[in-house]
Design a protein around this ligand. Structure first.
Ligand SMILES: Nc1ncnc2c1ncn2[C@@H]1O[C@H](COP(=O)(O)OP(=O)(O)O)[C@@H](O)[C@H]1O
Ligand SMILES: [Mg+2]
Length: 233
């Protein structure tokens, strides 16, 4: 069994009379420590997939397995624990708490889980040793995203899920963020999933999943992924 298995997942949203099929029998597998990039047009079901993987949404049918646990069956306390302990989430617009410092944002996340890492150590790792006492509004977009990544990885999660993490950043800053995510995956042996619009970055990944119309339409394994620094677009 693979580390992550997404099996025949259907996700429907009912809106009054209308039913929207966000995922239509989606299947894929992810191995431990893999760097996975998910690409595809807007509305293809990418965010829905990430939310389901992260225990933030449920499936209509099908099953989702993470590290031998059937996540799609979890309820209440188990589901809360799964989100707290096993998942780190990074969003396009950072979602930091504005009236807490960078370091406090990271500490807040580590306080709710057991095997967390030292917030100060992680801040150093993401290159923010000297910005720990700054509030989000005093940081650039790229620095705020570094805080958000620090907050996610300080929980020492099994899975780091990133939904268009560079969507609000310029080219150079976005590339630095992708480098940080790639380094985190390689050095910490963390399983990392990145949603992006940018197909050019595919060569950095171990696996690329192409989404279309609610399906993982094509899955490519990449035996020789390259450093993001070698990719231009
Ligand atoms: N909470 C929701 N309620 C209703 N429809 C939704 C909801 N979330 C997503 N959808 C719909 O499901 C489809 C897939 O959305 P999404 O997963 O966000 O796509 P992507 O991230 O690939 O752009 C879209 O048609 C979207 O409008
Ligand atoms: Mg999306």
């Amino acid at each position: 069994m693979a580390y992550i298995e997404f099996k025949n997942v259907i996700k429907e949203y009912k809106m009054g009379e209308i039913t929207i099929k966000a995922l239509d029998k989606t299947n894929f597998e992810i191995e431990k420590g893999e760097l996975v990039v998910i690409v595809g047009p807007s509305g293809a079901g990418k965010t829905t997939t990430l939310n389901i993987l992260g225990g933030m949404d449920n499936v209509t049918s099908g099953s989702v397995w993470v590290d031998g646990k059937e996540v799609s069956k979890l309820k209440n306390k188990e589901l809360i624990r799964y989100r707290r302990e096993d998942i780190g989430f990074v969003f396009q617009f950072y979602n930091l708490v504005q009236n807490l410092t960078a370091l406090e944002n990271v500490e807040l996340a580590t306080q709710i889980c057991k095997d967390s890492l030292s917030p100060e150590e992680i801040m150093k790792k993401v290159g923010l040793k000297d910005r720990m006492k700054n509030f989000p509004s005093q940081l650039s977009g790229g620095e705020q995203q570094r805080v958000a990544i620090a907050r996610a990885i300080a929980k020492n999660p099994k899975l780091l899920l990133c939904d268009e993490p560079t969507g609000a950043l310029d080219y150079k800053t976005g590339k630095q963020i992708l480098k940080l995510l790639q380094d985190t995956c390689r050095k910490e042996n963390m399983t990392v999933v990145i949603i992006t619009h940018n197909t050019a970055i595919a060569p950095m990944a171990d696996k690329v999943i192409f989404f279309k119309n609610g399906k993982a339409e094509k899955i490519e394994k990449n035996e020789n992924p390259i450093s993001i620094e070698q990719i231009e677009w």
